[in-house]
Design a binder for this molecule. Sequence first.
Ligand code: ADP
Ligand code: MG
Length: 547
Amino acid sequence: MSTYGIDLGTTYSCIARLDSNGNPEVIRNNEDDSNTVASVVFFENENNVVVGQAAKENIETDGDRVVQFVKREIGKPDTRTYEFDGKTYTPVEISALILTRLKNLVESQGGEITDVVITVPAYFGLEERSATKQAGELAGFNVLSLINEPTAAALSYCARQFQEDRTILVYDLGGGTFDVTVVKMSMTQNDSGKDVQKINVLATGGDDRLGGKDWDDKLFEHILHACCDETGLTPEEVEAETRQDIRSKVEEAKRKLSKKQSAKVRIDVNGSRIEIVITRADFEKMTSDKVAQTMNFVESTLQKVPDAVIDTVLLVGGSTYMPMIKNAVEAKFPGKVQQHDPDQAVAKGAAIYASMLVVEEGTNSGTPSDKKIDGEISGGVEHAEQLTAKFTVEDQTPRSFGPGVMDTKANKPRYVLENFIKIGEKMPAVFTKTYYPLENNQERVRLRAFENMSTEDTLIPCVDEDGNPQATDPAHNVKLLGELIVNLPPDTSRDTPIEVTFKVDASGVHVEAVNTKTKEVFETFLRTGSDIDVEKSAVHQLRISAD
Ligand code: ADP
Ligand code: MG
């Protein structure tokens, strides 16, 4: 049985495996005549749910029964839900429907599929990651592991062109998101003294609201106005069917403009047929601000790693097919730009990684469901073995984590966040520190746990008096994960050491506290969003140092 790599994208998803020669190949979506599947779900009626291009064709006419961009919602604290025909769907369930469509794609072509690696953006926190994994399991997969999208892209690039130490900037412009990542590939020795290539994420940046859709929207507006000019209608007078017609043709026209200098679009405007010609030059003019926006993000991401010297720039994401993108990136990084199947590179890298995991058999976090390797792809596995000799993908913590505690030694007692585990640390990461109750006879501690993007040891102040994470520096992105309740027996003195441990691995954050006097262990962590009313006051807290 093959292992598969899945790029579960915001707008398009893609699935790949290694072929009999060990080369990654994408499973074609014959129904839509494409290498990808639109991540769009249309709830036509209670008996029919459609995923893919056919679902996309209902956005303008039946928009309230269409779900798209669900990746933006997955694992978010205030989980929104969707209701259709009396059934409620969570983002995890919607994502599982998209994954099921990919599964059916493989099965309809005679393939068998259980073990998969799913890709996630490098900036995804652990909640988003575990929700993605959950979606995979709901679709019936054994999720061997998750891998960062830029890492997968780099893996797919290096599999075709192996090079030693390199710093790669991955420019990923998809349909709804723009991600810039600086990854470093370096030679290192593994535990058994073997030379291995390590891929580390050095910096991430971008915008989760910037992508090909913005280019579509500009073109949509342009065509709509051209239709209005021809007919004398106002945009409001244009019927929903006409809008859908434009919407359906916009993306096709955009793709045409990637290949040709002009594209012709025919639209039935409220009954009369209109023909509009758009030139590539016009299209580039109306979207030049968007290109500039992406280049600003490239700049600000580079500023996070001032010492990095970029050797290669990888263009990833379907939107990089647009010549204007390649031109802009080339202008900044002359001679360094590489582009290979940008809409498939992530899935292919995930397929390579999935095969590496099967070869390693359990040395990584996942356990392949079927360790016997099918002869059909043995070539692939041998190839993967060669790859394994070269690569190890080090999992790193995607955020910093730590508890909120009282600093009583400051002039005025203040609430601070102590970062136990910092962003970029090797996973699994563990850190323990001893704290003390705030007062004698304190009944309990409600220990708040946070994630953030800072690399500081301490963030002051990290929350406001209501216990809400405070945006002292929005870049720190402080987020309350939940709290751990530590009940203290009567007569507990304020000198009782309470040992707090944070452990972060690919499956999430584990918080534990031990009352070292009673040896009692507390580990029931209540997550925000799951009905908990997080302690708002500073009363039931721990303090940093013994007096
Ligand atoms: P995701 O955003 O889900 O990661 P992709 O990387 O596949 O998805 O990017 C999808 C975007 O790429 C869409 O906006 C799509 O219109 C665009 N795209 C795909 N092919 C082309 C092309 N040939 N020319 C221009 N844009 C394209
Ligand atoms: Mg993508």
